[in-house]
Design a protein around this ligand. Structure first.
Ligand SMILES: [Ca+2]
Ligand SMILES: [Ca+2]
Ligand SMILES: [Ca+2]
Length: 133
């Protein structure tokens, strides 16, 4: 069963935001991921950059501006989102993700993607996230 990290989907969201349309995360190349998330172009995504981008994703996706992400809001921007992952991230079970729940979930993905545990995602680690399992 293939599972693409939520973080890749969300970076894909950022990548597609300016163009105003959605593409599936697996269509992205690692160069596109890096070009989107690596703001200072040092070839790595650190946690501060990552959290900043994810916060932007959160508010971009919150189309009804209630400060929470419903499944419909997530699904509207992440075409291949996994409902089970959404439910797992919704720790208080109210059917929506608060910013805290959202950031907790994506930070887990960041840590899992950081294979060498140096606190940043480099090109190889981003590429590994894009590999289908
Ligand atoms: Ca909302
Ligand atoms: Ca919740
Ligand atoms: Ca790393």
């Amino acid at each position: 069963m293939r599972q693409i990290a939520l973080v890749v989907m969300l970076i894909a969201v950022l990548f597609t935001c300016p163009a105003g349309y959605s593409v599936a995360a697996e269509q992205m190349t690692r160069e596109e991921v890096m070009a989107t998330a690596d703001k200072n172009h040092d070839g790595r995504i650190d946690l501060a950059e990552f959290n900043q981008r994810m916060t932007e994703v959160f508010f971009f996706a919150d189309t009804d501006k209630d400060g929470k992400l419903s499944w419909e809001e997530i699904h509207a921007v992440v075409v291949d989102a996994d409902p089970q992952r959404f439910q797992a991230a919704d720790t208080d079970g109210d059917g929506k993700l608060s910013l805290e729940e959202f950031m907790y979930a994506v930070d887990i993905d960041f840590v899992q993607a950081d294979k060498n545990h140096d606190g940043v995602l480099d090109m190889d680690e981003v590429a590994a996230m894009l590999v289908k399992k």
